[in-house]
Ligand binder design. Structure first.
Ligand code: C2E
Ligand code: MG
Ligand code: MG
Length: 370
């Protein structure tokens, strides 16, 4: 309407200023925007769904400055986003705390990048039957000056929301690719790629550059994409994965079973590995239902020509069941917690030990595959 102002605020954020509009009217407008943006958009042959989150901040007359109003709308928008897509929220003071926390973490992450406070830890991926190491997964850590070594759960969502994940992820990729010079020849390196990175327009070039700079042969690089990163736009994700595949690298679908993606799409995903989420592996030795799910996933993976990697293997009993069910690979504290490169077992052994006989299904727990 005349008098309403719409502006692109930056990235995928837009601001709408409704002057002299009572709250109930503003809410109607919000609902209309949500209804309009929820309709799929045809983009070439693909259908794209836009996920909209709206934060609404009423001004308190002359008591609110423009900056305050924007900050409050932003805080309300984040609260809406946390509830899922196509949601809106009206600002409440409690949201300010979360918003301040967010800005603090963002500026700390900025500093962390500048000061080189990120580290990469590595965790072996092991052949369930022979115990041979296929390779390692790179897992980012933040050596925080006050809070110590932080795991991704403390900061990765913030980095994802702010877009800083692009810089952090790029650094992890470079570091991990270079680290392979210290690993036995032929071993794989797995690197996690977030949803945001998957949408990054120059991702393929970034990966190609990392391979070139490190001299790592592409087939030794495995990019791990979480199932959830693909759900919002499956067709777009498949196209992007195919572009990545054309570099000659391998792909893994991470945390499989947690993303609710339609199974029919799995067939179209150009992936090489399926990582069975830890939540299914946990109860596998005592829970018939968990065992049935894992058996089903393994059947499906193998029928599609994929190798399965069980995540979070902590106990010998779990390993035994996985071995019986024919799971190919495993990863977990049973073998080793993620650690610095220099702490990897046998990483300097000139000759890998011979895998002992297959008795009992499970044998050696610490050699490198040749
Ligand atoms: P993920 O890719 O599924 O990685 C496996 C997680 O399970 C790691 O947690 C690992 O430490 C943990 N883990 C491994 N074995 C066991 C076990 O036996 N028991 C238990 N309870 N946990 C186990 P971490 O390092 O905290 O990483 C969490 C998630 O953060 C990762 O899940 C991955 O999604 C994400 N992440 C880590 N590094 C990066 C990165 O460089 N970039 C991006 N985008 N995401 C990353
Ligand atoms: Mg992973
Ligand atoms: Mg996982």
């Amino acid at each position: 309407r005349p008098g309403h102002l719409v502006a692109r605020f930056g990235g995928d954020e837009f601001a709408i200023l409704l002057e002299d509009t009572p709250l109930p009217t503003a809410l109607l407008i919000v609902e209309r925007i949500l209804a309009v943006t929820a309709a799929p958009v045809a983009l070439g042959s693909a259908e794209v769904v836009i996920h909209t989150s709206i934060g609404l901040a009423p001004s308190r007359g002359g008591h609110t400055t423009p900056d305050q109003l924007l900050a409050e709308a932003d805080a309300a928008m984040y609260a809406a986003k946390a509830r899922g897509s196509h949601c809106f929220n009206v600002f409440e003071p409690a949201m300010r705390v979360a918003s301040e926390n967010r800005s603090r973490v963002r500026s700390e992450l900025e500093q962390a990048l500048a000061r080189g406070e990120f580290r990469v830890h590595y965790q072996p991926i092991v052949d369930v039957r022979s115990g041979a190491h296929l390779g390692v997964e790179a897992l980012v850590r933040w050596a925080h000056p006050e809070r110590g070594l932080l795991r991704p759960s403390a900061f990765i969502d913030h980095a994802e929301a702010s877009g800083q994940i692009t810089a952090i992820g790029g650094w992890v990729l470079d570091t991990a690719c270079k680290a392979t010079a210290e690993l036995p020849p032929g071993s794989h390196i797995s690197v996690n790629v977030s949803a945001r990175q998957l949408q990054q327009p120059d991702l393929v070039e970034v990966v190609a550059r990392a391979l070139q700079a490190s001299g790592l042969p592409a087939h030794r690089l495995v990019l791990e994409i979480t199932e959830t990163a693909t759900v919002a736009d499956i067709d777009g994700a498949i196209t992007r994965l195919e572009e990545l595949k054309s570099l000659g690298l391998q792909l893994a679908l991470d945390d499989f079973g947690t993303g609710y993606s339609p199974l029919s799409y799995l067939r179209r995903f150009p992936v090489d590995y399926l990582k069975i989420d830890r939540s299914f592996v946990r109860g596998i030795a005592r829970d018939e239902a968990d065992r049935a799910i894992v058996r089903g996933v393994l059947d499906m993976a193998h029928a599609l020509g994929l190798k399965a990697i069980a995540e979070g293997v902590e106990k010998v009993e779990q390993l035994e069941v996985l071995s019986q069910l024919g799971c190919d690979l495993g990863q977990g504290y049973l073998w080793m917690r993620p650690a610095r490169l220099s702490a990897l077992p046998g990483w300097r052994l000139p000759e890998p030990r011979q895998a002992p006989s297959q008795q009992g299904g499970v044998t050696d727990l610490g050699t490198w595959a040749t």
